[in-house]
Design a protein around this ligand. Sequence first.
Ligand code: ADE
Length: 226
Amino acid sequence: MHISIISLLPELLRSPLEHSILKRARDKNILSIELIDLRTFGIGAYKQVDDYQYGGAAGMVLMIEPLVNCIESLKSVRSFDEIIYLSPDGELLNQSIANQLSLKDNLLLICGHYKGIDQRVRDHWISREISIGDYVLSGGELAACVLTDAIGRLIPGVLNDETSALTDSFQDQLLAPPVYTRPAEYGGFQVPEILLSGHQAQIENWRMEQSLQRTLERRPDLLKEE
Ligand code: ADE
């Protein structure tokens, strides 16, 4: 998979996308990520990218021309399956959207700033708008990192058996069960007996019960979704 990300602050994106699982995916050439600095498409000597909003309200808006020039130059190199604008008023990211997007070949993510981007870009160039939660961030960069991480780890071949995404929370609309490692006893706190028993079938039953219980207690809404 290839992910291009347009941003005014590409440095903010670089480090999170260069570590851990995403690093492994990139090293294995399963994932390539390209960061594009929108400023390089800015207009005039000052490389202008934003302007006051029509109608006179506070806050700057990213202009249509630099954004469209940037998008079109990327589209001349590859065709994107989705052009995604990260925005608090987009559809709420969940595991099912991450699963869908992890099957695509080419994604273009656009990070907004200030009051957002000119609506005409959203109307005519963007295919999907995604929010990572009901709160407002200073820009789309952290949201783009979250989305890239959620997608990247699901691309076939990125995770091995040990880190398999199949046992993640949300993968089956359930939260993951509790996990323990050595020692079996610490300061009087014991690891549940069943996990030391070696009875794999019973252990799996216990895990399923724990998942259900945790989901009922913490996220009963997940059990109501179809
Ligand atoms: N940009 C600003 N806030 C955001 C959010 N919650 N999700 C996605 N992009 C954003």
